[in-house]
Ligand binder design. Structure first.
Ligand code: AMP
Ligand code: GLY
Length: 424
């Protein structure tokens, strides 16, 4: 079987690695891929947004199954282009990916179908938003309606910050048209958990839980990033929480999307806040999380192609998802200065240390081959993942492995998984 993976980050490297373990797969292509993915797949320089070229490439090579990693192509309808060409594709249609593509849509859906989430109002006019804020309870959360690289959420502690936030999103248009409309949401407190779920349009099966660390600096300080590290499972995601979420969040969302004529196939990522009043949805994504995937897939026992194909064919109910009874931690090695300004093109040393070492993974996020050497090519450079029999051991292993790698402006957080210590 020939598989095409669309994307070129750490998430896609983790997907490609898992696909490469499938006995059913004998050839993997990646568009555009990266230097790490190139060790397992043939990389082709086609943009993730170029539906026409991607479909033509897949046809020419006789690709049997395509997996779309990132949000932008899904929200833009790249999966639909494959379906229309009669090709099997894993990832939601444009109609379903709106669950991530518009926060106003997802909030309205949750309200209509009684799915627990924060109270909110939607605004497409800055004056009206500010008038509302003048009597609102602080802190408060402002969210750009559209896609903003995970950075369109502003937590405002007081009215001045909130007014400045409205200006940033709606008037200065820091995130372009994504901020034409904003959602203003009640501030919630609690533990955050990410649960990625396989979906076949009707059935939904959650994978093991994970937790991301979105801020750039230790102690959850600094700017929001794409994610600086993850651990799995989350010790806060108990059986009771799981039971509640399966009924009131996961299946409820699948049913709601179906009722709206937007059957969801692919991975639904539920970002949850475990509040005093029970679990509530922070956000949905229409894809695998990055870097959640880097800790979830290494723990999955199933053949990923079997599961993904069952999703596309509408027979996910036949599949029993199985995860190792262990833990995994991923520490992102970034370029110093990320997510603002940083230098690229630094030579990376030590990658070979991971070769053939069980339980240790070096996922490439922003790397490229230059004059025969692998160099840094992004803010997030590598995701160092290690497993262990429990979270503490996995964390110690992952941090030990971060020392195997060196490059000039290497930066990482030192407290990934620190929350684990709170429960023991
Ligand atoms: P989102 O992209 O919607 O997940 O938001 C990014 C981050 O902002 C989340 O991971 C939370 O840490 C935080 N956040 C989002 N919405 C809320 C909320 N209503 N209350 C508190 N924190 C929030
Ligand atoms: N790690 C959060 C995301 O993928 O959006």
């Amino acid at each position: 079987m020939k598989v095409l993976v669309v994307g070129g980050g750490g998430r896609e490297h983790a997907i490609v690695r898992k696909v490469s373990e499938s006995k059913r797969v004998d050839k993997i292509y990646a568009a555009p891929g990266n230097a790490g993915i190139a060790e397992l797949a043939e990389c082709v320089d086609i943009s993730v947004m170029d539906a026409e070229k991607l479909v033509a490439f897949a046809k020419e090579k006789g690709v049997d199954f395509t997996i779309i990693g990132p949000d932008d192509p899904l929200v833009a309808g790249v999966a639909d282009a494959f379906t229309e060409a009669g090709m099997k594709v894993f990832g939601p249609s444009k109609k379903a990916a709106i669950l991530e593509g518009s926060k106003a849509f997802s909030k309205d859906l949750m309200k209509k179908y009684n799915i627990p989430s924060a109270a909110y109002e939607t605004f497409d006019n800055a004056d009206a938003a500010i008038e509302y804020l003048e009597t609102a309870k602080m802190p408060i959360v402002l969210k750009a309606d559209g896609l903003a690289l995970g950075k369109g959420v502003l937590i405002c502690n007081n009215l001045d910050e909130a007014k400045a936030g409205v200006k940033t999103l709606m008037l200065d248009k820091q995130f372009g048209s994504a901020g034409d409309r904003i959602v203003i949401e009640e501030f919630m407190t609690g533990r955050e958990v990410s649960v990625l779920c396989f979906c076949d349009g009707t059935h939904i099966k959650p994978m093991t839980s994970a937790q991301d660390h979105k801020r750039a600096k230790d102690g959850d300080q600094g700017l929001n990033t794409g994610g600086m590290g993850t651990f799995s499972p989350s010790p806060f995601y108990t059986d009771d929480v799981d039971k509640f979420c399966k009924e009131h969040i996961y299946q409820a969302t699948m049913d709601a999307m179906k009722a709206e004529g937007r059957d969801f196939t692919g991975v639904m990522f539920c970002g949850l806040m475990l509040t005093e009043d029970g679990p509530k949805v922070l956000e949905y994504n229409a894809r695998f999380g990055d870097p959640e995937t880097q800790v979830v897939l290494p723990r999955m026992k199933n053949d990923i192609i079997d599961v993904m194909e069952a999703c596309v064919d509408g027979r996910l109910s036949d599949i029993e998802l199985e995860f190792e009874d262990n833990a995994a931690v991923c520490v992102v090695l970034a370029s110093d200065g990320y997510p603002e300004s940083y230098e690229k093109g630094k030579v990376i040393e030590g990658l070979e240390r991971f070769d053939g070492v069980d339980g240790y993974y070096c996922f490439h996020a922003g790397t490229k081959l230059s004059d025969g050497r692998i160099v840094t090519n992004g803010g997030r450079v590598l995701g160092i993942t290690a497993t262990g029999e429990n979270l503490k051991k996995a964390r110690a292993n992952a941090y030990a492995a971060t020392e195997w790698i060196s490059f000039e402006n290497k930066y990482m957080r030192h407290d990934i998984g620190k929350a684990i210590d709170d429960i023991e």
